[in-house]
Design a protein around this ligand. Structure first.
Ligand SMILES: [Zn+2]
Ligand SMILES: [Zn+2]
Length: 499
């Protein structure tokens, strides 16, 4: 990437004037996955860029906790059929551990946010409705029902039924928020009369949360209520005739509010599996990913990419490459991705090797010391080790996995004379200096040349005698990580075997 080009977040930041309110919002209807992470990280990059030019900004998050449950998702018990249509904040936690369905999915998301070093003001839509923050917006919407319907019909080119209303009352009887038709608006009492599909008739007071605006109106109403000036959102809302198109007209014409600067972003695909979707089970949750990868690297993956571009995320080898890129990083994307928590000096890739050599934490520290790494910050070290362990268990391709063999592998029988001689010489090299990975690595080439064999065969001999497989981590660094006495004894044993 060219460093001279202005970063996309700076482009947005430089165009702003006055206090900026950057809004994000995710519906807590299921696991909040890595795809959803793009919204908050994009918003945070803009937030930081604005503050970097010395301007004022707020970063907010609205949890759409008052959205109705749309369907019984595959991860829900079938008994949840009875809750379809009810607001997520009013449905019990399907796992029984939190105060509501919405809270169950918001809790791990909030924890992930602090790990990503994203600190935002949180609003819960259900509380905004219940506390009356939406009262005026609902009243205006009901009064201007026809104007709103016309905007939606014109812009989205779809016909609305005659009973359509921008406001959905909450039925007192069946507790659903999407099944009642309004028969009368009593503006002076902030109330509507409704008839519900369940047969109930009643009155809903919209100043205390007995109902909510339909999404296409809810969104522009929220812009005005919270003073939103910039909002990143999924590209699907940005399509022609989509909710941003109708939203900006409703905002201007109904609420008299200039719509926020849109920042549409593309999806994050899971390599080989397509678009991430928690309802379809194609998903890695943010918390899961944060267990297996450094938080700053995940930020970097999003920040280095222009928002409108799709990200094809490969949590296996791709992640390893990304970590490497970040570790050698410079430039604005790198800067905006950094987190305040002290990172670990041991590169992720080296930890992948070290952790597979060591069988416990003390041994790990020994291994790292041997390979020349500072190990004083044990906390950061343990965090990295934990990430790498999880990555190996969940996402690593087979070929990066290995096990140092406690005794001479039978495969050593397949080595030829040239390979054996090379191992004997390597044993001497390790005896000479076991602390210089680069020198040792070059010795492999020198020795191969001396013995007149292909260096590839020497590398194979190293891995076969130590790992019982034909490939492994970069030899010089791998060998210096191991106990030198062990390596010397093993190479000598392999060189002698069968002679
Ligand atoms: Zn829970
Ligand atoms: Zn009802």
């Amino acid at each position: 990437m060219e460093e001279t080009r202005i970063h996309w977040a700076d482009v947005i930041a430089r165009a702003t004037e006055g206090l900026q309110v950057i809004a994000t919002g995710i519906t807590p209807s299921g696991n909040i996955h890595v795809g959803n992470m793009r919204e908050v990280v994009t918003a945070d990059a803009i937030f930081r860029a604005i503050k970097d030019v010395g301007k004022a900004a707020r970063l907010i998050y609205v949890a759409d906790s008052y959205d109705p449950l749309r369907t019984v998702y595959p991860f829900l018990p079938t008994s949840y059929k009875e809750y379809v249509g009810m607001p997520l904040s009013e449905i019990p936690d399907p796992f029984g551990c939190c105060s509501s369905y919405a809270e169950h999915y918001l809790k791990p998301f909030s924890e992930s946010l602090s790990q990503l070093d994203i600190h935002l003001e949180v609003y819960h839509a259900d509380q905004m409705y219940k506390s009356g923050q939406y009262t005026d917006a609902i009243k205006v919407a009901l009064e201007q029902r026809d104007a709103i319907a016309e905007i939606i019909e014109t812009v989205s080119k779809r016909k609305l039924p005659s009973w359509w209303s921008p406001f959905n009352p909450l039925c007192e009887q069946c507790k659903r928020i999407s099944a009642a038709h309004i028969v009368e608006h009593m503006a002076a009492r902030n109330s509507v009369k409704y008839i519900c599909q369940c047969g109930a008739e009643g009155v809903a007071d919209y100043s205390i949360g007995q109902g909510k605006l339909a999404w296409r109106i809810d969104w522009p109403a929220r812009w005005k209520i919270l003073g939103v000036t910039i909002e990143p959102f999924g590209k699907d809302h940005a399509v022609s005739g989509g909710s941003y198109d109708t939203g900006q007209r409703i905002s201007r014409e109904v609420y008299g509010y200039a719509p926020p600067t849109p920042v549409p972003y593309g999806h994050i695909h899971l390599k080989g599996r397509g678009k991430m979707s928690s309802s379809k089970g194609v998903t890695i949750t943010i918390s899961e990913m944060l267990e297996s990868a450094p938080a700053d690297v995940l930020r970097y993956m999003i920040i280095k990419t222009k928002p409108e571009k799709l990200i094809d995320f490969d949590p296996g080898l791709g992640l390893l490459t990304l970590v490497d890129e970040f570790d050698h990083g410079s430039g604005r994307a790198f800067e905006l991705s950094r987190i305040s928590e002290q990172g670990c000096d041991v590169p992720f890739k080296h930890m992948v090797t070290a952790i597979q050599i060591a069988s416990n934490c003390d041994e790990l520290i020994q291994v790292l010391k041997r390979s020349g790494y500072e190990t004083t910050d044990v906390r950061a070290l343990k965090k990295r080790a934990y990430n790498v362990r999880n990555w190996l268990d969940r996402f690593a391709p087979e070929f990066v996995k290995f096990k140092v063999q406690p005794s001479l592998p039978v495969q050593v029988k397949t080595l030829n004379n040239g390979q054996r001689k090379a191992l004997a010489k390597l044993a001497i090299a390790v005896e000479t200096d076991s602390n210089d990975p680069e020198w040792l690595h070059n010795e492999v080439y020198t020795i191969s040349e001396e013995e007149g064999i292909d260096s590839k065969d020497t590398f194979k001999a190293i891995y076969i005698s130590l790992l019982a497989k034909t490939s492994g981590p970069r030899a010089g660094w791998f060998l210096t990580s191991l106990n030198p006495e062990f390596v010397i004894a093993r190479f000598k044993e392999a060189a002698m075997d069968g002679l």
